[in-house]
Structure formats: structure tokens, C-alpha cells
Design a protein around this ligand. Sequence first.
Ligand code: PLP
Length: 360
Amino acid sequence: MSPMQISTTPSSAPVSDERLAEILANPGFGQHFTDHMFTVEWTPDAGWHAARIEPYGPLTLDPATAVLHYAQETFEGMKAYRHDDGSIWSFRPEENAARMARSSHRLAFPVLEIDDFLQAVDALVEIDQRWVPDPAGEKSLYLRPFMIATEKFLGVRPSQHVTFMVIASPAGAYFKGGVKPVTLWLTEEYTRAGRGGMGAAKTGGNYASSLVAQQEATAQGCDQVVFLDAQEGRYVEELGGMNMYFVHDDGTIVTPETGTILEGITRSSIIELAGKLGHQVEERKFSIDEWREGVTSGRITEIFACGTAAVVTPVGELRWEGGSAPAPRSDDLTMRLRQALVDIQYGRAEDTFGWMHRIT
Ligand SMILES: *Cc1c(COP(=O)(O)O)cnc(C)c1O
């Protein structure tokens, strides 16, 4: 396949170096956006066309645009990391591209070729490379590729006009002042994904359906919500946007597999890393009773959640309506796995898995 032709219109008003330094000193998350954005469009007749990088700015959408009504949308979340020598890298980007292709299939979108996805992301990072923060304090440039239904049409069928874009936003450390365990709220009322539903796709609708449960968690003084399977309300699925792991006293690690969770790239990387450290990793159904009994008896020694934004975060207490289960006693392996992953991402440890992709 020949590479996609990308036309470039550089911004005539890029953020000043002075202002950029201010932003990068304290980027927060998802608040500031780089000078440019990438766009490519699709129609049945022309296929993917009009690939371009242009100044970052608002979109003009007709009020009847399909995505606004029926939520035909998919997205990805990934990061660009600056290494100490100044070079810029992404982490397993082909996995994001492949997952977006799977999500796109579920949302009845055309598939964007893996190479085109990679080229789009690399091109945006390259033109906005001054926005990739220095590595100190686990800063990075968060990348948000997304696909939306842009046909002006209120009928219900797959959109005949589709837009894929990439935007980028500098991100600070997820944990300010050190990694600390998150307290979880177990929702027994809401679920995020049912059999045959969209749980395995990265799509905004899954997040929309998680918000009310997250709101409940916050009202209960918890950091995050944990969802159970929709069918039996018995098996742990995941948090709103992070996968889960349970470390046992014999060294075995269990991560839920139900067919309706989102298969995180951090999740699969942890499986490989833990395996290399000599741990047996089981992907299987894991019941909420196993959790409660395990932390009480001490058989479960650590629990953690993982995703691109937070990398790996220890899990503390679990609460539900009328009860709670204590925090596991340790976070030893959790922190070792976290460090191992972060060291690879920032180029401080040898990339024996071949996970890193150099952008510039
Ligand atoms: C993105 C996401 C994750 C984590 O995936 P990573 O590839 O590790 O960032 C987990 N759960 C949900 C629902 C997600 O959308």
C-alpha cells in the first residue's frame, strides 16, 4: 500500500514558546491542545481521502450530523513519550490501530488501515513535537484518535460520511504527589456492557453509560466505580476505563475475562511482563465473592487497575451499599510492574519486547 498523501497547513498563530513552557510545567489532563490536528474523511465512493494537518480549531457540524444523535463513534487513547536524549516514541501504536479497526467494525464504520492510522498519529506528533513534555514527572503527550459519523442524516443506518481525526494534549502525572491506592465503589444497579453489546469496543457510548455510576461512586467518597457482568451480576468486569488484576499469595495473578471487557493494551502488556517475572497469569471469570473472601482471608495480597492514563494504580478498599471489603495488604508487585512498564516507555530500560515505536 502506498502511504497516504497528507497536505499540511501550518498554524499561523502557534502558541508562544513562553505560554507553551507554562502549559508544559503544569499540563493537567485534556485541557490544553496542540497547534494542529489531523483529519481524513471517508465516503463510499471516494474511500478515505482529503488527509490533512491543519491548525487546531472547532468543527462546524450540521445539527443533523449523525454522531450527535446516534453516537456512532470510536476512539483511542495513547501517548507519545520523550526520552532523555530528546527522541520521541509511542508505545505499541499498532495495537491501538488494530483495536480501532475492531471497534470500527463493531460500530459499522469503514476500517482505517493500520498503516494510515500510524502515519496520521506520527505526522501530528512530528509537527507538534515541541508539545511533547520533558520526561521528568511522568509527563507525556496524550493522543486522541477518533472516528465520527459525519453524514447529515437522521435516518438510522451506518453513516455514509465518516471523519477520522487525531488531536493531542500534553498530560501531567496522573498521580500528583505519588501513587496512592484508589477506593472503589461497587455498583450493583448499573452495568456497562452486555452479551453481544459494545463492551469490547472503545466507543463513547460505553463512557456515557458509566457516568451515572461514577457519579454515585463520587457521592460515596470513592475514586472509581467497578462494574459486574450484566448477566449474573457476579463477575468482576472492569472500572469505567481501566482493567483489573488480582495478585494471590502463591504468586498467581488473575485478570477478568468475560468477553465484554475492553481489552486494554496496558492489560496485555502487564500479562507479558508478569509472565517474564515468573508469575502465572490467568485470564478467567473472577467473582465478586472471590474478591471479598480473598482480601479478608489474605489469599489476595494485591489488587491493581491499569490503563494508558494512570499506567498502573493500586486498588484499596472496596465499598458497596451497606458494606465494604478491606484494602489488600501489599502493593509490592503492583509497584514493580508499574515501574517496569514506565521504564520501558521512557526509554530507561531495555525494550526487550519491541514495544516502542520511534516517531522522531
Ligand atoms: C481504554 C480503556 C481501557 C484501558 O485500555 P489501555 O489500552 O490500557 O489504555 C480499559 N477499559 C476501558 C473501558 C477503556 O476504554
